[in-house]
Write a protein that binds this ligand. Structure first.
Ligand code: NAD
Length: 341
């Protein structure tokens, strides 16, 4: 069993912790929590051990009568791998702590590539994580772009990719963030960081991006224009996406008229927290102009798309399982369909 801990039991850390509990080859040793809030109480109810951060945290949890199993330092003594999901302002500063404790750690997409020197995506570079002490699982948008471009690159070659990302402004519980009634160029100075971030995983893909923030909380929507390496038809491109791991081709004619309908699909499917682990490509949007210029819409559920990547990254670092087997195990545990052969 691979022993896993989670530092930062929030949007990403909470989902990865749950996914760890579903793996036959992993044990969730515990998660850290700052405050004894409803999420801490729910974790206790579900048998997930909580670790406080320091003496102040210990006192807060004791006062609220929420039991903890020790401190973060205690947790570090019991794990093989930590998921470091505290977020941009804290995570990178924790690297030295993991080094000192001799514990492997997975950082998330808010961190710089340089922090770990290796940016991970299961479909693109699983084997490169083997034996590494530190790995960064790329962000939600980069994960969606990597899966999409991997399918195109391996099937047709990619001469260049250009994307406009309409980004959700906040996650649902982030009530203090906006905009409520505006569309915000973010950043105004172009290009955006998303293109270079894709190149940390796919260095030979020529990609440039720009992004806007829109007043929604549940998904990002990318408009992509990709010049392919050869003449193709839309049908060939759709078939390539249907063969790619964790890409879901959705059809407007089946009711997928918007990102809301994708979330509704997840609700009706009974996915936890309405999670959508797949990169969603609208079939009808897949259009080829001038023989090799491809247009498409891609939807990314920001809170959940990196969950399977974190699970695969654990196995990749530990060197216990091949890429194909890890992806199969993760997909089966999370209810992700296997692609067409
Ligand atoms: P979050 O704010 O939802 O969760 C962070 C958690 O860490 C919170 O529960 C917070 O209380 C806790 N925390 C804060 N300081 C801590 C400390 N010192 N020690 C322990 N815990 C502490 O953040 P998130 O959205 O899950 O983001 C985490 C990482 O994942 C970031 O790098 C982010 O860029 C990346 N990411 C986020 C999303 C997304 O859409 N939310 C998508 C992909 C990747």
């Amino acid at each position: 069993m691979i022993r896993v801990g989670v530092n930062g039991y929030g949007t990403i850390g909470g989902r990865v912790a749950d996914a760890v509990t579903k793996q036959k080859d992993m044990e969730l040793v515990g998660v850290t929590k700052f405050t004894p809030d409803y999420r801490a109480r729910l974790a206790v109810d579900r048998g997930i051990p909580i670790y406080h951060l320091d003496a102040d945290g210990k006192a807060k949890f004791e006062k609220a009568k929420v039991p903890t199993s020790g401190s973060l330092q205690d947790l570090l003594k019991k794990v093989d791998v930590m998921i470091e999901a505290t977020g941009e302002e804290i995570a990178s500063g924790n690297k030295a702590m993991y080094e000192k404790a001799g514990v492997r750690a997975i950082f998330e997409g808010g961190e710089e590539h340089e922090l770990t020197g290796f940016s991970f995506n299961s479909n693109c570079n699983y084997d490169g994580a083997k034996g590494r002490k530190f790995v960064r699982v790329v962000s939600c948008n980069t994960t969606g772009l990597c899966r999409t471009l991997h399918a195109l690159k391996t099937n047709f070659g990619v001469k260049k990719a250009r994307g406009v990302l309409a980004r959700r402004a906040a996650d649902p519980q982030e009530v203090g963030k906006g905009p409520i009634d505006a569309v915000v160029p973010d950043p105004v100075t172009l290009p955006s960081h998303h293109g270079p971030d894709v190149m940390t995983v796919l260095p030979d893909v020529n990609i440039t991006t720009m992004a806007i923030k829109i007043p929604t909380t549940h998904m990002h929507l990318h408009s992509l224009i990709v010049t392919l390496g050869k003449k193709v038809t839309a049908e060939e491109v759709v078939a390539a996406f249907q063969r790619e791991q964790r890409v879901m081709v959705v059809e407007g004619k089946s009711g997928f008229k918007s990102t809301s309908h994708i979330i509704d699909w997840a609700r009706w499917k009974g996915r936890p927290r309405n999670d959508v682990y797949e990169a969603c490509i609208w079939k009808e949007s897949v259009t080829v102009v001038d023989d090799n210029e491809l247009y498409l819409f891609l939807g990314v559920q920001q809170e959940s798309i990196v969950t399977p990547e974190n699970i695969d990254a654990i196995r990749a670092m530990m060197g216990t399982t091949s890429q194909a087997e890890s992806v199969r195990m993760t997909n089966s545990s999370l209810g992700i369909a296997e692609p067409a052969k």
